[in-house]
Design a protein around this ligand. Structure first.
Ligand SMILES: Nc1nc2c(ncn2[C@@H]2O[C@H](COP(=O)(O)OP(=O)(O)OP(=O)(O)O)[C@@H](O)[C@H]2O)c(=O)[nH]1
Ligand SMILES: [Mg+2]
Length: 561
């Protein structure tokens, strides 16, 4: 990429202090060389955004420095962009904050989904501009001629139909990802997402937590793994979605790293990247990463931006992670935590770089995930029963496996998410039913004397009903073995049912949230890399989906207890 010299400009309201650091970082992230800066503190001018005199000074600076573009860190209306451009030497581009961010995303969009999202955002940006041009041009047209107005009108129609086509394609992708998330949950995985402002250290934390990753083993499956997992002191290093298995102890966690948030973006831009953000919105738990080495004010702003982005759609509990503690004195960290208590209650302070306090974070992840349920099942011994036992080892946590003295049954005690428990019960009922077919009622009842999950007729028929639901799905039932799990890997994921708890301790109060909702700063992000990758992860693709609504309820209830 050739480095082009640009001038960065920013207008702030009277008495506000200009700060060009982020827009300059964004410009550099897009590959520009910031040769000069210009700021103005005044009310917005309707025609030029800045004062007209300031724009003339800007034009002189452009000539002196041979700048190829002017990057303005404000929202410019279509007319303002046009007017400023008219004052600059021919060929010098006027780029506002949104187009700059779109440019960065466009440069890194190397999946179909990412490209579609960028295209959608560009079209949404262009539409009001074409509408404005079309109505202006029509004013001066003579009847009977194919004028500019008509040309713009047909462009307008074209943009609208492209928007609708791309939206449909993105919806289809989102649906697939939703299914994949459901399958991952069905396979016993908890989905944890890393969210937070760009450059907070999300990718560094992903690598720290996903310590069982063996890149070489699956290299051909993850051609862009290095790229998407990289960390760099640059905004929007990560634009795709990378999912890896993380070892947190008892639970099987899939951790997803994705694009960072950034402040002051319009709603339509954030919406264009919705299917990427779904990997965060639809997780079981969100780790909101904050760079604790920054000032309290900067941390506050970035937390507000992050909560604003999450507010509308996020369904999961949030744990705030104060990162980069290796750069912060202990007393200073305490002060920061106190000042930010309302926005970041009960945070975990870590260093992704040095690994400090990571164990506390993994413990916290386990504690905040939707709770698992304990179950005991007595299974009449058979190949199918052993297949169920091995499936339970893969999808939950088996506490005890014990064979009866008579050698005709196995007692299995385990904990798992409620959907897994429900399936295991259904399968157990089915095994019980087929084993007792030839046997007398009396012998079937001896199992009850063990006090283990006694099956009443009503329970049995309920389970039979569950089985029917499962079997009515088109795929045949299958119990995966450990070797299946190791050999299966999946691409892109994400979108799902939530098993979010009602009132996780780290969530903002409604009143706090309301304050943020009214805050004008908005947020964005996108997914732009290759497909989402996970390392040797098993998904029961053949296992029929169940209605997760019930399990969510159960989880919520048990959490509230
Ligand atoms: N000192 C210190 N630096 C860190 C720590 N974690 C991350 N960094 C640095 O912060 C910068 C950004 O880290 P990333 O992991 O790329 O951050 P990110 O949130 O993934 O950033 P984007 O993908 O650009 O949104 C890099 O230079 C990291 O080396 C930490 O705990 N301590
Ligand atoms: Mg990153």
């Amino acid at each position: 990429m050739t480095i082009s010299p640009v001038i960065v400009a920013q207008r702030v309201d009277p008495n506000a202090v200009a700060d060009l650091s982020e827009i300059a970082d964004l410009a550099r992230a897009a590959g520009y060389d910031v040769s000069n800066t210009l700021t103005q503190s005044r009310e917005e001018d309707a025609a030029y955004h800045f004062g007209e005199g300031k724009i003339e000074a800007l034009a002189r600076l452009v000539k002196q420095t041979d700048a190829e573009a002017v990057i303005v860190d404000n929202r410019l209306g279509p007319y303002q962009t046009y007017n400023i451009g008219g004052k600059l030497p021919t060929g010098v581009e006027v780029i506002d904050r949104f187009t700059l961010i779109l440019e960065i995303f466009g440069q890194r969009a190397n999946t179909r989904k990412a490209q579609l999202q960028v295209e959608l955002a560009e079209l949404r940006y262009e539409l009001p501009r074409v509408e404005a041009k079309s109505s202006l041009a029509k004013r001066d047209e003579r009847p009977g001629f194919m004028g500019l107005g008509e040309y713009d009108e047909s462009r307008e129609r074209d943009i609208k139909s492209q928007i609708s086509r791309i939206s449909q394609e993105l919806d289809a992708i989102a649906e697939k990802e939703q299914t994949r998330r459901e399958q991952r949950r069905e396979s016993g995985f908890d989905l944890v997402a890393l969210a937070g402002y760009t450059n907070a250290g999300k990718s560094t934390l992903l690598r720290r937590l996903a310590d069982d990753l063996d890149i070489t083993e699956n290299k051909n499956r993850h051609p862009d793994l290095e790229q998407t997992a990289e960390s760099e002191d640059r905004l929007f290093t990560t634009l795709g979605t990378t999912t890896r298995r993380a070892d947190t102890g008892r639970r099987d966690v899939l951790l997803t790293d994705t694009v960072g948030f950034v402040s002051d973006l319009p709603h339509w831009l954030v919406e264009s990247f919705e299917s990427t953000l779904d990997s965060v919105y639809r997780a079981d738990l969100v780790l909101l990463v904050v760079d604790a080495s920054e000032s309290i004010d900067a941390m506050r702003e970035k937390l507000i931006t992050s909560h604003d982005t999450l507010y509308e759609r996020n369904e999961a509990p949030i744990v705030t992670v104060l990162n980069k503690t290796d750069c912060v004195e202990e007393g200073e960290l305490d002060r920061k935590m106190q000042s930010l208590d309302a926005l970041a209650p009960n945070p975990v302070a870590v260093s992704g770089l040095t690994g400090e306090n990571i164990e506390q974070l993994t413990n916290r992840i386990e504690n905040e995930l939707p709770s698992w349920h304990d179950e005991r099942l007595l299974l009449p011994l058979s190949d199918d029963a052993m297949s169920l036992v091995s499936w339970l080892y893969n999808h939950g946590h088996v506490e005890n496996e014990e064979y009866t003295d008579t050698g005709d049954a196995v007692l299995i005690e385990f904990s798992a998410r409620s959907t897994i428990v429900k399936r295991a019960r259904a399968k157990a009922a089915e095994l019980e039913e087929s084993s007792s077919k030839g046997a007398s009622d009396e012998s079937a009842n001896t199992h009850d004397s063990n006090g283990v999950n006694t099956k009443t007729q009503a329970q049995l028929s309920e389970r039979r009903h569950d089985n029917e639901i499962m079997e009515s799905e088109s795929n045949p039932e299958r119990m995966d073995t450990a070797s299946d799990r190791e050999s299966t890997s999946y691409e892109e994921s994400d979108t799902t049912h939530q098993v979010a708890s009602d009132s996780p301790p780290d969530r903002m109060s409604d009143s706090t949230r309301e304050i943020h909702r009214n805050n004008p700063s908005q947020v964005t992000e996108d997914d732009v890399t290759q497909e989402d990758h996970i390392d040797a992860v098993d998904i029961d693709v053949n296992y029929p989906l169940m209605n997760e609504k019930n399990s969510s309820d159960t989880d919520t209830n048990s959490k509230a207890e």
